[in-house]
Structures are given as structure tokens and as C-alpha cells.
Design a protein around this ligand. Structure first.
Ligand code: FAD
Length: 309
């Protein structure tokens, strides 16, 4: 069944993983009784796998998705970007996914590599990629697209960003996967605004579990400029690792305890956020699993998402 149809019928639930760089990491994720095998036990509708800008990890991305496809427990969804890709290259790669039985994709422009000013490929925006995939492959792919509740970091206005999202729908997208957003007032404003703009696509909300201080700050600020609500900032401040959470050799005597306490508070924060999202009229929860199982499973079970299906 197409994931977009699942999302129209009932609340969906999914995970996102990334292709590990090393063989050890691949074994941990894809090996017998590895993270993927464990994530299946939580019965997600789909698992998506990220795609490195410029196709740097295409081989590993396909290896991960191929396993998910062969295991047959849930739908594999590949992320795909315009970065450095010619139209011919896009056609070849997408045909290769189809040949492997992978027919769901998240069509993205992609994050521009450091120092680049454009995609360096034939297509410049996700809108063009959606149009191209529909032209070349008809309805063979179910296409998800990114939505940015706070506005994409480079957008000239939130209104312009929403109009491009509408264009993705008009060009043939099937559902929306959102960028992380901790600012719930902003999220509710955006959801109303896109519905008023005539965007009726199902909205699958991306949620990053708060597990690690440095990773949380990094995710919010290194690319996306996400607002961090006071409550989240307080959690970070209360458990601050000195001199700072990015330091490889902190001089803080209580590092391990602080990490543990931060994770506890972060998991509680994430579960509360899932409750708030579910009360907003969204269509699915997409958890960035960060290639982990234990903490993610706890969030899934304690938030009750596991009972959705
Ligand atoms: P677009 O929708 O193309 O928008 C990019 C910018 O251009 C925006 O500011 C928009 O307002 C503007 N714009 C859009 N269309 C037009 C137009 N026609 N004319 C003028 N301006 C326009 N990145 C990766 O590299 N790999 C991944 O695997 C990956 N996974 C992701 C998963 C999710 C759920 C999300 C939300 C993002 C992911 N990203 C990933 C990040 C994403 O690639 C970046 O956010 C990227 O900077 C923008 O991609 P986009 O598809 O939103 O771009």
C-alpha cells in the first residue's frame, strides 16, 4: 500500500536511519539482530534512509534500503537530492531503485555542500525534481517532499516557501515530511497556513529525539536555524557540560551523570512533543532513529505511538 494512502487512512508511524560510513556501523545497523531487525519489532509503516549530498553514500544507502525491501516487514523509502546530479544520472539511479523494488522516495533539493552556491546539477529545486520524476516515471514512485514549518533557512519569506510547497503538490507530490520544529505555536500557524493555501497533502511530522546536548544544538543551529523553546533551553542549561558540550575533553567532573540526566529530561520532552503534535491534526510521526534502538523504542512505547497500528 502507498504510504500516502496509509497516512490518509490513519496516523502513520515511521523511522529514519542514515547509511553508516564504516563496515562495523553497517553490521550494527543491518546485521542479524541489528538495529533494523529490532526497529521492525515496533511495526513502523516505513523506514527511510538518508542520501548524502552529491551521492557520496549512494552504495550504502541502497544496501540499507535493499535489506529493508528484502525483509518485507515495512516499506523502504529513499531520500534523494538534486546535488551534483544530471538528469541522466537521476534517471539511472531512480531506475536502479525501482529495479530493487524501492518505489517510495523523498524528493529533495539537498543541503548545499560547504562553499557551493547551487546544486551543481541539472535541477535546482525540489519542485523541479518532483516534476522530472513524474515526467520520466509516471506513477511508479510515491513521492514525499520536505516542508519547513519555520520556513527554510534560505527562503525569502514563509509565504514564498509555502507557495513552493504548493508547487510541489501541483507537480505531483504525494505527502509532506517536515523539518524538525520544536516551536509548537509556529507549527500550528504553518499547518493552518498551508491548508489555507490549498495544500491538502498528508503531513508526516519529523521528530528528533532529544538524547544528546551537542547533537541537539548542532541539529537546531548548524543548518536550520530552528527556534529552541525556553523549556528546551532550560534542560540544556541545567545539564550544561563545561566548558561546552562540544569539547572532546570536558573538565566537568559530573559529565557522565549530566549526560544521563540530560537524556532522561530529553526523552520526557520528546514524548510531550509527540503528544502535542498528535493533538494538532497531523497524519504521521516520523522519528529520526539516529541508528539507535533502545532510547527510540522507549520513546515509541511510552508515547503510545506503537499502539497506533
Ligand atoms: P526546496 O524545496 O527546493 O527549497 C530550497 C530553498 O529554495 C527554499 O528556501 C525554498 O523557499 C526555495 N525555493 C524552492 N523552490 C523554489 C523555486 N522554484 N524558485 C525559487 N526558490 C525556490 N538533505 C540531504 O542532503 N540528504 C537527506 O537525506 C536529507 N533528508 C532530509 C529529510 C527531511 C525529512 C528533511 C525535512 C530534510 C532533509 N534534508 C536532506 C535536508 C534538505 O535537503 C534541505 O533542507 C535543503 O536545504 C532543502 O531541500 P528542500 O527539498 O526543502 O528544497
Amino acid at each position: 500500500m502507498k504510504i500516502s494512502d496509509v497516512l490518509k487512512e490513519r496516523m502513520g508511524f515511521s523511522f529514519e536511519v542514515f547509511p553508516p560510513k564504516t563496515d562495523v556501523g553497517m553490521e550494527k545497523l543491518c546485521g542479524k539482530d541489528g538495529v533494523l531487525d529490532k526497529l521492525y519489532t515496533l511495526k513502523p509503516d516505513y523506514i527511510s534512509c538518508t542520501y548524502g549530498a552529491g551521492g557520496t553514500n549512494v552504495g550504502k544507502n541502497l544496501e540499507v534500503l535493499d535489506k529493508i525491501q528484502k525483509d518485507g516487514v515495512c516499506t523502504p523509502v529513499t531520500h534523494f537530492t538534486c546535488i551534483g546530479n544530471t538528469k541522466e544520472g537521476i534517471k539511472e539511479q531512480l531506475q536502479n531503485y525501482l529495479d530493487h523494488g524501492i518505489n517510495h522516495m523523498l524528493a529533495l533539493r539537498g543541503d548545499l555542500p560547504f562553499g557551493w552556491t547551487g546544486t551543481g546539477g541539472d535541477l535546482h529545486y525540489a519542485t523541479e525534481l518532483v516534476k522530472f520524476v513524474r515526467q520520466e516515471f509516471g506513477d511508479k514512485f510515491t513521492i514525499a517532499v520536505a516542508g519547513s514549518p519555520e520556513g527554510h533557512i534560505a527562503c525569502r519569506s514563509l509565504e514564498a516557501d509555502i507557495s513552493f510547497l504548493k508547487q510541489k503538490q501541483d507537480n505531483g507530490a504525494d505527502y509532506i515530511m517536515t523539518q524538525l520544529c520544536w516551536d509548537m505555536d509556529q507549527f500550528r500557524y504553518w499547518l493552518d497556513a498551508i491548508r489555507n493555501a490549498g495544500i491538502w497533502l498528508p503531513v508526516d511530522v519529523g521528530i528528533m529525539p532529544i538524547l544528546d546536548q551537542a547533537a541537539t544544538i548542532n541539529m537546531a543551529l548548524s543548518r536550520n536555524g530552528c527556534v529552541m523553546p525556553r523549556e528546551l533551553c532550560e534542560i540544556i542549561s541545567k545539564h550544561w557540560i563545561f566548558p561546552n558540550p562540544f569539547d572532546k575533553e570536558p573538565f566537568d567532573a559530573a559529565v557522565e551523570q549530566k549526560k544521563k540526566d540530560f537524556k532522561e529530561a530529553g526523552i520526557e520532552y520528546t514524548i510531550n512533543q509527540i503528544d502535542e503534535y498528535r493533538a494538532c491534526g497531523i497524519n504521521g510521526i516520523h522519528l529520526y532513529a539516529l541508528n539507535k534502538y533502545d532510547d527510540v523504542a522507549r520513546i515509541v512505547k511510552e508515547s503510545g505511538i506503537v499502539d497506533l497500528i
